[in-house]
Design a protein around this ligand. Structure first.
Ligand SMILES: Nc1nc2c(c(=O)[nH]1)N[C@H]1C(S)=C(S)[C@@H](COP(=O)(O)OP(=O)(O)OC[C@H]3O[C@@H](n4cnc5c(N)ncnc54)[C@H](O)[C@@H]3O)O[C@H]1N2
Ligand code: MOO
Ligand SMILES: [Mg+2]
Length: 395
């Protein structure tokens, strides 16, 4: 049985190569930019007025002029005007082009007006004041957003500024989710006493939605022949297949055998961890990967977060930073397995502390409702003390 660290290392060795695709900017949020975006013009593209007021030659005020004749109004969105002869000024609005010849903007609050005459109340007017100089933020031709950037709302704003109505982003893999088991019924159905509603498929689909992936959902019965038949086309049509259940030791846990018959290159089966010990991972020709998550709901959930999400992040070229948290009470766990302990995280004087959540085991779906993270307690230790720091995975 391999360790959690080895398992993750192996999963990350099989990351996908994702081709670029074009999407409208309105659908680009959270995707990864697959192109370099250069500024098509300076930013700001002209000397931009930053205060409503009057534009004038600062040098004239410095030479003693305090009254200026107002000759017009320069509004934002209007073509640039030019300052008239000495002793004149133009009213200007925030966002307007600085009139040609003007070197400063005096805000309305620092002027008083009588008819068309403006009196400067400010003691000092400096050249350049209240002017956002052309190209001071970025120059035409400069890289504004680099390839590989995750598109946040701030990035959307930069892309909009650069006029990118369509953007090249990394495509997302086609993902199939297969639940397995004859005890499962559709959620709208009332289960018989020996049946349960199928929840893992919905859980995985929802988790994938958070990654902008709309997965196809399938259900495989506990029959090797039927499983095999369905999986042939599922494996052909998807780059990633997430399976839940049928990977352990049961009489009807046919998945490992069926996948092998279908040509799976097994990378590993079983990890020294709880929950999620029987997890399976392998590859199929054509850069396809198969994650076989153990069927217990908590096992499926934890394995998705611990192995699939880093795989996706790595495939998208995004960095994965390991977070750490401090245990806030003693915990004991004897088996030589990494114990993924459900916890609630809270902040104490700037330190991330983890309070264990009670759980009856990996079938306890309700523990997922209480936990906000999993703290991974290493396999080589059996007693974990309050104050010790361990890797944490947010859920
Ligand atoms: N003799 C052994 N038995 C088991 C071992 C073992 O090492 N030796 N491992 C246990 C561990 S750990 C886990 S986890 C489970 C994993 O089992 P499978 O992956 O084979 O999953 P199933 O047997 O199909 O189901 C387990 C459990 O989960 C429920 N389930 C499955 N799919 C769903 C779903 N889509 N929605 C809701 N619930 C689901 C299923 O009804 C079972 O209760 O094996 C242990 N056994
Ligand atoms: O994966 Mo199991 O859930 O360790 O009990
Ligand atoms: Mg089983």
């Amino acid at each position: 049985m391999i360790s959690v660290e080895e398992a993750l290392h192996l999963v990350l060795q099989h990351k996908a190569t994702l081709a670029p695709e074009e999407v409208p900017l309105s659908q680009a949020l959270d995707r990864v930019l697959a192109q370099e975006v250069l500024a098509d013009r300076d930013f700001p593209p002209f000397d931009r007025v930053t205060m409503d007021g009057i534009a004038l030659r600062a040098e004239e005020v410095q030479a003693g002029t305090t009254t200026f004749h107002v000759t017009g109004v320069q509004a934002a969105g209007a073509p640039g005007m030019a300052l008239g002869e000495p002793g004149t000024c133009l009213e200007v609005m925030t966002g307007a082009m600085l009139p040609q010849g003007a070197t400063a903007v005096v805000p309305y609050e620092s002027c008083s007006f009588l008819g068309h005459e403006a009196y400067i109340l400010a003691e000092q007017v400096l050249p350049g004041q209240n002017i956002h100089k052309q190209g001071s933020d970025s120059k035409a031709g400069e890289v504004v957003v680099t390839r590989g950037t995750r598109i946040t709302s701030a990035v959307v704003s930069a892309l909009a500024t650069e006029g990118r109505a369509q953007v090249q982003v990394l495509s997302l893999p086609r993902v199939a989710i297969c639940s397995t088991g004859d005890e499962l019924v559709p959620i709208a159905q009332h289960p018989l006493p020996h049946q349960i509603r199928q929840s893992n498929g919905f859980m995985l689909a929802a988790a994938l939605q958070e990654e902008n992936i709309t997965a196809s959902l399938y259900h495989l019965p506990d029959s090797a022949a039927e499983m095999k038949e369905s999986l042939v086309s599922i494996l052909q049509e998807h780059e990633v297949v997430l399976l839940s259940g049928a990977v352990s030791k049961g009489k009807f846990d046919f998945l490992p055998q069926v996948l092998e018959e279908l040509g799976l290159q097994l990378v590993f089966h079983k990890i020294a961890q709880k929950p999620g010990k029987p997890m399976l991972f392998g590859t199929m020709p054509g850069q396809r990967v198969v994650f076989g998550f153990p069927g217990n709901p908590v096992s499926t959930f934890v394995c998705y977060h611990l192995y699939f999400k880093p795989w996706l992040q790595a495939s998208l070229g995004l960095p994965t930073a390991q977070a750490w948290a401090q245990l806030d009470q003693d915990v004991s766990f004897k088996p030589a397995l990494t114990y993924h302990l459900p916890v609630v995280l809270h902040n104490q004087s700037g330190c991330l502390r983890a309070t264990p959540v009670t759980s009856t085991g990996s079938g306890d779906l309700t523990s997922l409702l209480k936990a906000t993270a999993y703290l991974s307690l290493p396999a080589h230790q059996t007693t974990f003390r309050e104050g010790e720091v361990f890797p944490v995975t947010l859920i």
